[in-house]
Write a protein that binds this ligand. Structure first.
Ligand SMILES: [Zn+2]
Length: 284
């Protein structure tokens, strides 16, 4: 239940929100009463988690099974050099708590799969997909659909990024409406193989936090039913309208996906190392 009054520390901490008419006391209380599940404490998840924590989102669940590796530090700003070798969920929790003690961090150190995804998703109001491998992306899309949770989707590849919100209840389409099935094994290079410009996830991940907070507050026009495409090399943004695809295998008129699927075994990508969505971008 959302708290009704602010402590003097909270009045100071959230002062710049409280004076914004679009947020105010009611909005800030709403944020403090909101729970968000973050899939991946990596490149996208790092800035998203930090801005959500700073904004006072009351409960943040972090799903990640990896340990912090030196090659992560070029972009995964939740983690520092002293965290090398630590589980990312531990490093993430420490960073979030030092940023804002109002935030309860729930650590889910696990590989998201068809066995556990629904149970974890049900514990939160909204899910942010900060992973960037296809098995988890499809699993997250389907689990969000089956649990009726809004899914904030972001993806990056080299110098390009995408952003959207899939809202099962709104009938505005899902990731499978765009890309019905995962690419064949080996067709898509991982992030490690393709490279990623370090600040790019900072931009897309920050916008994921921006859209999440807008969505929670019910202000502005969230990217529901729209796909934002960012091209970093010429700093351009494009916006495409999305529609529910009647042939979508998940949310279409005659769905063939009626339960969660573990794609790991034949997708050809490691489930944990951040990769990307080049096929998604290439097919735009
Ligand atoms: Zn769909």
């Amino acid at each position: 239940m959302a708290q009704l009054t602010f402590t003097p520390e909270q009045v100071q901490r959230y002062a710049r929100h409280l004076i914004l008419p679009e947020v105010g006391g009611a909005g800030q209380r709403k944020l403090l009463g909101t729970s968000v599940l973050l899939l991946g404490a990596g490149g996208l998840g790092s800035p998203a988690a930090m801005y959500l924590a700073a904004a006072g989102v009351g409960r943040i669940g972090v799903v990640d099974f990896d340990d912090v590796d030196a090659s992560n530090l070029q972009r995964q700003i939740l983690h520092g050099t002293d965290d090398l070798g630590r589980p990312k969920v531990d490093s993430a929790a420490d960073t979030i708590r030092s940023l804002n003690p109002d935030v309860e961090v729930v650590k889910h150190r696990l590989h998201l799969n068809s066995e556990n995804a629904l149970e974890v998703f049900r514990q939160y109001d909204l899910v942010i997909d900060g992973t960037d491998n296809f098995p988890t992306r499809y699993l997250a899309n389907d689990a969000a659909y089956f649990t009726g949770k809004p899914l904030v989707y972001g993806a990056i590849y080299r110098f390009e990024g995408q952003l959207s919100i899939f809202e099962p209840a709104g009938g505005t389409g899902c990731y499978r409406c765009l890309f019905p099935n995962p690419p064949p094994p080996g067709a898509v290079p991982s992030c490690a193989e393709a490279g990623v410009f370090g600040v790019l996830p900072g931009i897309i991940g920050s916008m994921m936090a921006f859209e999440t907070i807008k969505y929670v507050l019910g202000i502005g026009e969230p990217l529901v039913g729209r796909l934002l495409i960012f091209e970093g090399m010429d700093m351009s943004f494009r916006r495409l309208n999305l529609r529910r695809n009647p042939d979508c295998p998940l949310c279409g008129d005659d769905p063939s996906v009626t339960g969660l699927i573990d794609y790991e075994q034949f997708c050809g990508l490691p489930a944990q190392e951040p990769s990307a969505v080049p096929a998604a971008l290439a097919r735009q």
